[in-house]
Design a binder for this molecule. Structure first.
Ligand SMILES: Nc1ncnc2c1ncn2[C@@H]1O[C@H](COP(=O)(O)OP(=O)(O)OP(=O)(O)O)[C@@H](O)[C@H]1O
Ligand SMILES: [Mg+2]
Length: 275
């Protein structure tokens, strides 16, 4: 299969994608993705497409393969079968320039993964210097811009131990943004945070979405999903059970299981206000 041109786009399962959206470039395409760990089949054949500027929120029970799916998209985990394209380049192709394609994705994890011995500014600047080979001064200038973008320029010289969880996560977002990704992958970015710190991280994510960033987000923050997501994907048992716009998924899902699950998490995680 060609490494440069994705297969023709298949319509979504429920055919709900807006016409306008259909014209937009596909930034992520996953086709027939499978992954097992030993005898445990975690992903059983995932097909997913994310278009430019789209915000797609993935929900599903624990152990369903949501993190594995995100990790397969940037090859932190290697799939057993299937294909993944990012911005038109197939990362799963034999001989693909994996580092180059991986650099098109920015990943934000639940546990921040900052370098504790570096200041906030240097946590953001280090990738620019080491990976992108940008000179020190320019890297620091750019890192400062990214900290400003997440509202943290005043904390540039603070170390992670001096930051709150919400601030650490915003530094992690700034670090990912600094690499100029074509898509941001968020894996439960607020689930390690105290409830009062969740809002500030969701606020930054909401701002990114409004700026047109393409985002694939695993989250059970249903207030955020209802307000910001173009599409909700419900995964269970290694498969996509149903996907569609939030209003359809919450008020008129086709599958009883979708209704049951979204009803349950909506009751638990539906209250976070995103101003
Ligand atoms: N590196 C690994 N080695 C072995 N098993 C793994 C590995 N990574 C994930 N798994 C298993 O794969 C299954 C799916 O894990 P995954 O982390 O993708 O689920 P998830 O949907 O993200 O769950 P959660 O909501 O709890 O984060 C789990 O049973 C997990 O234990
Ligand atoms: Mg997970």
């Amino acid at each position: 299969m060609s490494t440069l041109s994705p297969e023709p786009v298949k319509p979504l399962l429920d055919g709900s994608l807006k016409n306008e959206n259909e014209k937009k470039r596909e930034i992520v395409r996953v086709s027939g993705l499978k992954k097992s760990f030993g005898s445990l089949e975690v992903l059983k054949g995932i097909d997913l497409s994310v278009r430019e500027g789209e915000v797609v929120v993935i929900v599903g029970p624990s152990g369903t393969g949501k993190s594995t799916l995100l990790r397969c998209i940037n090859l932190l985990t290697e799939p057993d079968a299937g294909h993944v394209w990012v911005d038109g380049a197939e990362i799963t192709a034999r001989g693909a320039d994996v580092n180059k394609i991986r650099a098109k994705t920015g990943m934000v994890f639940q546990e921040f993964n900052l370098f504790n011995h570096l200041t906030a500014l240097n946590n953001v600047a280090i990738g620019l210097k080491v990976v992108k080979k940008i000179p020190e001064e320019e890297a620091r200038r750019r890192a400062m811009e990214e900290l400003e973008r997440v509202g943290l320029s005043s904390k540039a010289s603070s170390y992670p131990a001096e930051l709150s969880g919400g601030q650490k996560q915003r530094v992690a977002i700034a670090r990912a943004l600094a690499m100029d990704p074509r898509v941001m992958l968020f894996d439960e970015p607020t689930s390690a945070l105290d409830p009062e710190l969740i809002g500030e991280v969701l606020e930054v994510m909401k701002k990114l979405a409004s700026e047109g960033m393409t985002m694939l987000v695993v989250s059970h923050e249903m207030g955020f999903a209802k307000e910001v997501a173009d599409r909700i994907v419900f995964m269970e048992g290694g498969l996509i059970v149903e996907e569609g716009p939030p209003d359809v998924m919450f008020s008129a899902p086709k599958k009883a299981r979708t209704k049951e699950f979204l009803g349950k998490i909506g009751a638990i995680h539906g209250g976070t206000v995103v101003a």
